[in-house]
Design a protein around this ligand. Sequence first.
Ligand code: GLU
Length: 313
Amino acid sequence: MNVKNAAPGPCVGRFAPTPSGRMHLGNVFAALLAWLSVRSRGGVFLLRMEDLDTQRTTGEYARQIREDLQWLGLSWDLETPAQSLRSPVYDRYFALLQEKGLLYPCYCTRSQLHSVNAPHLSDGTYVYPGTCRDLTEQQRRAFSRDPAWRVRVPEGSWCFTDRVQGEYCLDLSRECGDMVVRRADGVYVYQLAVTVDDGESGVTEVVRGMDLLSSAPRQMYLQELFGFPHPEYAHVPMLLSADGRRLSKRDRDMDLGYLRTRMTAEALIGVLAAAAGLMETPQRISAGELASRFSWEMVRGTGIYLKGLEEFL
Ligand code: GLU
């Protein structure tokens, strides 16, 4: 199925960090491009804390992220409620899937799912083989543990045109399998929460890291079921160090806690703007000034090397 991108209208973008640590250069890069895309067109920018995983996320990290965004000059118009507060809302969408007869309980254990027999994809995720899809009521009753809940996915490919990555397709039934929407402990999963939140906030464009590219077709399927229009997508490449290494959260020196003691926001934004292709060489610039010269055509799709950072440190 070929999915049409968002309808024309006011542009609404968002930044949806998981407050499980200090902002890292990769998060700053995604936030900057999401912000530039919206602000260059006079749109609305939302902030949302994705704190479903209460074990890993803290209010202190959320506070720190807001403060870091302010330091960067990336203002938001509204902060929508954090995901940990929205279970009753997600319950309604869960019930909708239930009414459509698309949900079933899954009793598979983690070790069964990760067994060597499960086909694994190149990105490390596995294809759910449908083990619990057609269990009888009697078979279900025989399990004494709480189930996770999966939504059936249809056959066929979901394709869309990403602003940065171009055409992308994923066959959910062959490459993903029926998706968990609620875990056995009752916590809703990212795919459901993000679809509901973006849909209810009227988000028209989703800009985020390339690691979430394969989530877009999963979310498009849920958008279709919930009756939300599809936003446009832009998945921005991961940052590479000047020697070609992918920067990761392990590079502690690349978090804002360290960088803010060493450089100004304008210097950091200049380095990221040059890496993206928005400037020839890194020069100090504010986010606001950069917005006036931003266009997606200028943004590189691959090989985003972080050059010139050392000069400012
Ligand atoms: N919360 C996710 C993260 O911090 C981003 C989700 C999204 O932008 O859809 O990686």
